[in-house]
Design a protein around this ligand. Sequence first.
Ligand SMILES: NC(=O)c1ccc[n+]([C@@H]2O[C@H](COP(=O)([O-])OP(=O)(O)OC[C@H]3O[C@@H](n4cnc5c(N)ncnc54)[C@H](O)[C@@H]3O)[C@@H](O)[C@H]2O)c1
Length: 316
Amino acid sequence: MKILVTGGAGFIGSRLDARLLDAGHEVVAVDDLSLGSREAIAPLQANPRFRFEPLDVCGPEFPKLMASVRPERVFHLAANSDISKSSADPSLDLSRSFLTTFHTLEAMRHAGTRELVFASTSAIYGDAPGALDEDHGPLAPISFYGAAKLSSEAYISAFCALKGMRAWVFRFPNVVGPNLTHGAVLDLVRKLHKSRTRLDVLGDGSQDKPYLHVDDLLSAIDLAVQHPAEPVATYNIAGEGSTTVREMAETIREVLQLPEAEIVYGTGNRGWPGDVPKFEYDTRKIRALGWRPLRNSREAVRAAIEAEALKCKRSS
Ligand SMILES: NC(=O)c1ccc[n+]([C@@H]2O[C@H](COP(=O)([O-])OP(=O)(O)OC[C@H]3O[C@@H](n4cnc5c(N)ncnc54)[C@H](O)[C@@H]3O)[C@@H](O)[C@H]2O)c1
């Protein structure tokens, strides 16, 4: 299948490109490299079925590219992934997390591409209590990022209803793995690797969220897209258990072999304004398809810490 991946040089996008190539697909990855990097896709460049286009999805060249490639399916991942930054600037997620979706849908419509896989997020649920299933509502995001992703879901629904498209929407939890571009694991490992003696943590460490290894996320997506969308299928994805920021910080100290380093916590249970300190998913829908993740939350976090620590060691 001919597939176009937006955000294809990012953390999840680059891993997805590799997986799609391994499955025999032809992949065109688009990324403006605002958060992604050429380094992330360097190992793929030799593959004749892979092509990289350094473009802004909201720019004039993108619809032309979509029209010339005419992919059968688009995986839309391009977005702002720095949620803490966007809490200070409401326009950031409007342009980078919502308009990227709108322009992707428009380019697909003109090119005649009908299938979309969308990277949504738990942030659309806001600060809702209990084990959240896909039908939970009303939805009240508390970050501009969550609002832009929820608006994206709404536009996807309307495009599917009016323009004959079909879409699989995946509400990711916190995803971790090798080649992170952002997030608590990356920030904390780099901070402690640099300071060696002190680790400053945002919030009081009690934030408690499900983390999922990127390979488990991609195996869930692989499986779900084999089932019909009719016209929109929405899935919450999460593995077993959750991890607190305190557990994460302590594991980082252990993996970096700096047992004497002091962990200094902030105040309040949010890492930044708009941070949802705790959430839980009901994942019966994706599990009913037979999906089972290989790592639980704690194992996923440890694997990501080890990979980032190794990267820091090699580059120092
Ligand atoms: N990593 C997570 O924990 C997580 C959780 C929930 C949802 N998501 C979603 O998954 C997707 C991938 O996230 P990620 O963690 O790989 O983040 P990432 O920042 O590594 O990837 C996003 C990519 O999109 C690119 N991009 C941004 N704006 C663009 C534009 N206008 N045109 C072209 N490229 C653009 C960036 O350069 C980056 O490479 C995003 O949509 C994100 O919102 C991620």
